[in-house]
Design a binder for this molecule. Structure first.
Ligand code: 13P
Ligand code: SF4
Length: 348
């Protein structure tokens, strides 16, 4: 397959990154009491927790202990629709809560903090994106799940990192030209793997962008037998060093299934909780974020994911505030490309 790259000059949209939230430390008794309160409230409110792998380990455990789920963004989207519970409490970032609402408009969707967004979502404002689409009417619009409901409403397909490759392969095989947003690194990766003709929006994830290739090479030399696991939101020169590139679920599965005893992991540090649970005897090494051009020592933790904690989870269940609401017209448009992705995933 020939690769046609259509470069496009789009200035990155400025994104304000919040400081990492510092939650007051809880004693073991306080933590236990809070967990019991949350469990009781979940029953009272007929609610389930839907958590992402990057959230705090206590939240992940609570989700699993109470019949909820901990998953990547594709599975989080699927899980909500299978639930009888009338309320879903999404512990993650806002696009995950919005996707849950778009797919389950009859349910109440709550989040511990509605300010928990995502640099990819923030870096792709709906009006500017819509103009970009208007300029390229002959392109199929594919957006990453990490976008607002309005951006999804303007798209033909939504994809997550877990399903992006086969969907783009499918579209490329039909000869479609693709307009991709917002993550340029994931977009470039998919373009390299499929040879698809893609126009890319200029967005990035502030967490994954900090992984540094030179420092990674150094660590690999110190651990020559370690397998390198990389989330595809990382820069190209980091992805190039990977043994496995994939969604959070794919990286967790790799730790469980590969025979290596050491792994260097380039994604948010929250993922180590599940990896350690499933593969307690494997050695996990955080890929370096330090090195030339780095803005932090080890910043592999998403500040927006960090806005989820036991304290504000208990509060939101108590007060039932922080509800995700979506304009019905936007919802009607946005559900189509999401459902297209879910149907594609189902029929593979
Ligand atoms: P996954 O779909 O792989 O869980 O990724 C979501 C995300 O936001 C990664 O930064
Ligand atoms: Fe967004 Fe990056 Fe945070 Fe994932 S890790 S939610 S892509 S900012």
């Amino acid at each position: 397959m020939t690769q046609t790259i259509t470069p496009v000059e789009i200035k990155p949209h400025p994104v304000v990154v919040p400081a990492h939230p510092h939650w007051p430390a809880l004693s073991a008794e306080q933590k236990q009491a809070l967990k019991e309160r949350i469990k009781a409230l979940l029953k009272q409110r007929n609610a389930v927790l839907v958590a992402h792998y990057y959230t705090d380990g206590d939240l992940q455990e609570l989700a699993e202990e109470t019949g909820g789920c901990v998953a990547d963004s594709l599975e989080m989207a699927r899980f909500g629709s299978r639930q009888e519970a009338q309320t879903l409490v999404v512990c993650g970032v806002r696009f995950m809560g919005e996707t849950a609402k778009i797919l389950n408009p009859e349910k109440r969707i709550l989040m511990p903090d509605l300010n928990a967004t995502c640099s990819l979502d923030e870096g792709c404002p709906a009006d500017e994106f819509s103009e970009f689409c208007d300029q390229h009417p002959d392109h199929t619009v594919v957006v990453y799940a990490n976008t607002s409901a309005r951006v999804k409403a303007r798209s033909d397909w939504v994809v997550t990192s877990g399903i992006a490759l086969p969907i783009i392969e499918h579209l490329a095989a039909r000869g479609e030209k693709i307009l991709w947003a917002p993550d340029k690194h994931l977009g470039h990766y998919v373009q390299r793997m499929t040879g698809a003709d893609m126009l890319l929006w200029n967005g990035s994830c502030v967490v994954h962008e900090e992984f540094k290739s030179v420092a990674l090479e150094r660590i690999r030399r110190l651990h020559p037998d370690a397998a390198v696991l990389v989330h595809p939101e990382s820069p190209e020169d980091v992805i190039e060093q990977a043994d496995v590139v994939g969604s959070t679920t794919a990286l967790i599965n790799a730790v469980v299934e590969m025979e290596n005893s050491e792994f260097i992991v380039a994604t948010d540090g929250g993922i180590f909780h599940k990896m350690k649970q499933l593969a307690p005897n494997k050695k996990l090494i955080a890929a370096p974020t330090a090195g030339e051009g780095a803005t932090c020592e080890s910043c592999a933790h998403c500040p927006w994911m960090g806005m989820n904690a036991l304290q504000n989870l208990a509060e939101v269940l108590e007060n039932q505030n922080n509800e995700i609401l979506i304009d019905p017209d936007i919802r009607e448009q946005a559900v189509k490309p999401i459902q297209r992705m879910l149907d594609f995933a189902q029929n593979r």
